[in-house]
Design a binder for this molecule. Structure first.
Ligand SMILES: NC(=O)c1ccc[n+]([C@@H]2O[C@H](COP(=O)([O-])OP(=O)(O)OC[C@H]3O[C@@H](n4cnc5c(N)ncnc54)[C@H](OP(=O)(O)O)[C@@H]3O)[C@@H](O)[C@H]2O)c1
Length: 305
């Protein structure tokens, strides 16, 4: 039989799935499913919370409280990972405000970034971020958008060795610099990698996702809704009847399940300003997940709309 790109990708996915599926994606009733961080086997609920734009609300007390409400609903629904960056305006102090207001939830998994072109300014920036959050140390610090990555990764590896951070990682988004990211994934002992992947942007299936499985690197997916453009576009369309099999009640849940069911994905981090949306997103991490055939069906359906 001739091996087309599609059959090759399917076969690779099937192999990866066979390797990973013993870890159950079916969570206890209502609580989000978990996947292990490969480097430690620490179990991570598979939906987290992004903060870019949505938490950049400055000093407005009403909006800060709304963000704290989103965080409260997130923790209540079993979420752990919150992702931020010095690039996200006031998001870091807003996360810190929410954590303080909620009595510092012990289940928090703090995911931050270092984002400066100066090789030497990394440690000072990370310390400033830590103060904004008000945490003793970050669980994960990632080099944001590969900026000055060599120097910052060395800083993160040293911090990890000294017990000042638990995990080291690196990020990109919107398909940028995947060749360099791939090289880094092959050569550096990173715990996490973060990039964009969703039902319409599937390039990561070719090399990054299989490589992450092969190298035992945890994968964080950013822009699951294309910064809201995808959910906005699908809003007026009826959900296909067959989506009921997956127990979803919205497009957001269907396209999240597409991402979460890829065996190499550890966690997706949708951002939201709304309590009902954060609950809906966490609920997508529970219940049945699409198999390979259903994943293709979802993708084909959305592409055709
Ligand atoms: N290079 C990097 O490291 C990098 C780059 C990009 C993003 N990120 C991280 O990834 C996170 C997520 O990406 P993103 O913020 O670009 O966009 P996203 O999560 O793809 O989309 C966010 C948008 O989706 C909407 N939304 C969320 N839940 C929804 C639901 N259930 N139903 C309908 N709409 C929903 C939100 O609107 P509502 O407020 O109305 O819910 C918001 O406008 C970021 O916040 C950031 O933490 C990292």
């Amino acid at each position: 039989m001739r091996t087309t790109r599609r059959t090759f990708v399917r076969a690779s996915l099937a192999t990866a799935a066979a390797a990973l599926l013993p870890i159950s994606l079916h969570a206890q009733e209502g609580s989000p499913a978990r996947r292990p961080i490969p480097s430690t086997r620490e179990a991570m609920p598979i939906v987290g919370l992004g903060t870019w734009i949505t938490f950049n609300v400055g000093g407005d007390p009403v909006l800060r409280d709304e963000c704290a409400d989103v965080m409260a609903a997130f923790f209540e629904a079993g979420g752990r990972m919150i992702d931020s960056s010095p690039m996200y305006g006031s998001s870091q102090p807003v996360v810190g405000y929410g954590l303080q207001k909620l009595g510092r939830p012990s289940t928090l998994f703090s995911a931050e970034k270092v984002w400066t072109s100066s090789a030497t300014a990394g440690p000072t920036q990370i310390e400033q971020s830590r103060r904004f959050w008000g945490v003793p140390k970050f669980d994960l610090v990632q080099v944001h958008n590969l900026l000055a990555w060599k120097a910052h990764l060395q800083t993160l590896f040293q911090m990890k060795a000294a017990g000042a951070v638990r995990y080291a990682g690196i990020t990109t988004s919107e398909g940028r610099r995947h060749d360099l990211l791939e090289q880094i994934m092959r050569n550096e002992p990173i715990d996490f990698v973060q990039f964009s992947y969703n039902v319409v942007d599937r390039e990561a299936e070719q090399r990054l996702l299989p490589l992450a499985s092969e190298r035992g690197i945890a994968v964080i997916i950013n822009r699951p809704f294309r910064q809201g453009a995808l959910t906005h576009r699908l809003k007026g369309e009826p959900l296909p009847e067959w989506a009921i099999e997956l127990g979803v009640s919205s497009w957001a849940q269907l396209v999240l399940k597409f991402i979460l069911s890829h065996p190499a994905v550890t966690i997706a981090i949708p951002a939201t300003t709304r309590v009902d949306h954060v609950r809906e997103n966490l609920a997508a991490a529970a219940g049945p997940m699409p198999d390979l055939a259903m994943r293709e069906r979802i993708s084909a359906y959305v592409q055709a709309l």
